[in-house]
Design a protein around this ligand. Structure first.
Ligand code: NZQ
Ligand code: ZN
Length: 385
């Protein structure tokens, strides 16, 4: 029988031209730090509009949070928060800026060494500064969840942190802010959201009817609007759907009470840490191989996926599963996202270092049954070549 707790305190404000809502959502006396990435948020005018919405509040800025945000950069923001007595963080950007801001929110009020936050995957967090978000890139779901992924550059480690204190207070989702995204980032967003759903759906059946049907609906919607929003960025309806689907993919709803995999993500994180490959592009390489290698343990859900998501209802089970995995791969490729390690210049000779990193980070019992040992991860990587 289903058995779970569900908690999500993030307020979502969705729609065009909603930045003015910031004035009501941020306390009037707040001392605000706006955190952003490279130049996009400033170049396209979002920072100026956010500042205007903040009115007479005391506002400071911290720019330069890189894609795959680093501990080293974020600790400079922590320093700024402390010296300027900041008490409210406003993240303007994609998953990297929002994740980085979550880490800053916790580290700025952490009494011990901030590295503990990473080494304990967030378990030691007891409090965090309040955080609001203005999302500019639909992909990670970070705008409505309590997770963050931070890279420790010196250790070449990409580490996930989770804690309920990290839920944003609010997130503004204005799809028109995403229209300046290059095609590569839009495609990445579709793939990341797709794989988030698969990590929570494609495990084994537990009579979670609503979670299954909801996940299948989100997958089918992505298959429908992914190529559309890529080919026609001016189609605001398609883009608005991508934004909301990416949020729903990882806000806890479809994952409530069901087994979850996440091995594709954990192996993918090592590929990013070692080789700098975009997060979503690591997932597109690992997921098809992962499904293929673990097809026996995932048999029932693979068949359900084939039938309900790809409408493959005739033929024997093996053929339908093969076809569903092939269609998954084709879908990623159709978005311009490659699905083989070789596409990233990596070969069999690179696998040992990836396995060593997984071991170093304790990623030795992955998956919904904790049976993805380094040996299984190796087989998955070999099938990804
Ligand atoms: O730095 P700027 O100049 O802003 O450019 C960014 C960045 O280079 C650009 N961009 C963002 N919004 C834009 C824009 N360019 C033009 N117009 C806009 N409106 O896009 C580039 C990539 O941004 P990034 O934030 O890195 O992308 P994404 O949202 O895909 O985030 C990836 C990070 O999130 C983590 C990943 O590991 C990775 O570090 N994840 C976080 C999760 C979570 N918190 O729940 C779950 C995910 O699985 C994922 O692991
Ligand atoms: Zn992801």
């Amino acid at each position: 029988m289903l058995d779970f707790e569900f908690y999500n305190p993030t307020r979502i404000v969705f729609g065009r031209d909603r930045l003015q809502r910031i004035d009501a959502l941020v306390p009037a006396t707040a001392r605000v730090l706006i955190l952003y990435g490279g130049e996009s948020a400033r170049r396209y005018g979002t920072i100026a509009r956010v500042r205007q919405a903040l009115g007479a509040r005391h506002v400071e800025e911290f720019g330069g949070i890189e894609a795959n945000p680093t501990y080293e950069t974020l600790m400079r923001a922590v320093q700024q928060v402390r010296t300027q007595a900041i008490d409210f963080l406003l993240a303007v950007g994609g998953g990297s800026v929002i994740d980085g801001s979550k880490f800053v929110a916790a580290a700025a009020v952490h009494s011990g060494d901030a590295l503990e936050i990473l080494s304990t995957h967030g378990r030691q967090i007891t409090q965090a500064l309040p955080l609001g978000c203005v999302l500019t890139l639909p992909a990670t779901g970070s705008e409505m969840n309590s997770g963050a992924v931070v890279t420790h550059q010196a250790k070449q480690a990409k580490l996930a942190v989770m804690n309920p204190a990290l839920f944003p207070r609010f997130s503004l989702l204005d799809p028109s802010l995403t229209l300046t995204l290059p095609a590569r980032q839009v495609a990445n967003g579709v793939v990341d959201a797709f794989v988030h759903i698969m990590e929570q759906y494609l495990t084994y059946p537990v009579h979670a009817l609503a979670q299954d049907r909801f996940a299948e609906g989100l997958l089918q919607s992505l298959i429908e609007i992914g190529p559309r929003t890529l080919a026609a960025p001016e189609d605001e309806n398609a883009r608005a759907n991508l934004v909301w689907i990416a949020t729903l993919a990882l806000n806890g709803l479809i994952g409530a009470g069901v087994p979850q995999d996440w091995s594709t993500h954990m192996i993918g994180h090592e590929l990013t840490a070692l080789h700098g490959i975009d997060h979503a592009r690591t997932l597109a390489v690992i997921l098809p191989a992962n499904l293929s290698v673990r097809r026996a343990a995932k048999h029932d859900k693979l068949l359900q996926y084939a039938t309900r998501v790809w409408q493959l209802s005739t033929g024997d089970a093996t053929t339908r599963i093969d076809t569903a995995i092939a269609k998954t791969r084709d879908f990623f490729e159709s978005l311009g996202v490659p699905t083989h390690l070789a596409d990233h210049g990596l070969g069999a000779g690179h696998i040992d270092a990836i396995i060593a990193n997984l071991q170093e980070h304790g990623m030795v019992h992955l998956g919904e049954r904790q049976d993805v040992t380094p040996e299984v991860s190796r087989r998955i990587l070999e099938a990804s070549l």
